[in-house]
Design a protein around this ligand. Sequence first.
Ligand code: NAD
Length: 294
Amino acid sequence: MSISKFGVVGTGTMGNGIAQVAGQTGLDVVAVDIKQDFLDRAKGTIEKNLGRMVKKEKLTQDQADAALGNINFTTDYDALKDRELIVEAATENPDIKFKVFKQLDELAPEGTILASNTSTISITEIAAHTNRTDKVIGMHFMNPVPMMKLVEVIRGLATSDETYAAVDELSKTMGKVPIVVNDYPGFVANRILMPMINEAVYALMEGVGGVAEIDGVMKLGMAHPMGPLRLADLIGNDVCLAIMEVLHSGLGDSKYRPCPLLRKMVAGGFLGNKTGVGFYDYREDPRNPVARSF
Ligand code: NAD
């Protein structure tokens, strides 16, 4: 099954990136959000990103115009009625996702594949809110979507081989590298990344090293492009804590317990880049933040 009519639900950080890449691929894209303001902001972000690519001569102006022209931004869910595949990239909240999937299941033709970009919510549980469990799958794009090659494809308990094959093919058509995994808390990406970040926070809390030292060891010694504490700030310490909570409760193993210092940072509003202060202080120069003392 070759997909050409594509839908995205939610046009925030991830949704606008997914819509942009789909538009650049030449798919016919419908992008839905709950407010016109959010759609305008998404369109502005895509325009800016495409403009940057034109400046760097990665795209011609005509290609950028065509990519944007392929995307219909709307608050009207009915525009999704003829879609062959819809990727949900709405807020990471189980109740919102369950409601969106129920709604999409009711309006989309029975052959339409419903994918979720969720980082942590069970694909099998999302599928249970539809009458097409075989056509529900995870398509976990990475941030920023236009730059990152990976799509972690997550098979729920009932996901069919046909659905998986269609999503595998589509991911490749979109210039991505799909890697298939099964549905367990955190899938693979966050199951491995988040405990590493959490452990870095433990090392900081216990005084094994300071912020710059911990990040320096991981950058220079392990060739990570960014240290784990800087990455935590970038992702958002609140998001990191929420994912650790899902791993801890979903897998029931104390090795996933969130670090008390991570909890304290979140309680204090030290969320990282988005609040200006996290493990680093971004207020003077966001590109060259200062490592804080703990
Ligand atoms: P975001 O908050 O930037 O955007 C979410 C968007 O969904 C908002 O524009 C919101 O208005 C919209 N929305 C909420 N309810 C809706 C509804 N009922 N119908 C349509 N739109 C609705 O969030 P994000 O960071 O883009 O995350 C989206 C999803 O992607 C989440 O499931 C998240 O776990 C996942 N994800 C995020 C990242 C990341 O780095 N931000 C990485 C991988 C996966």
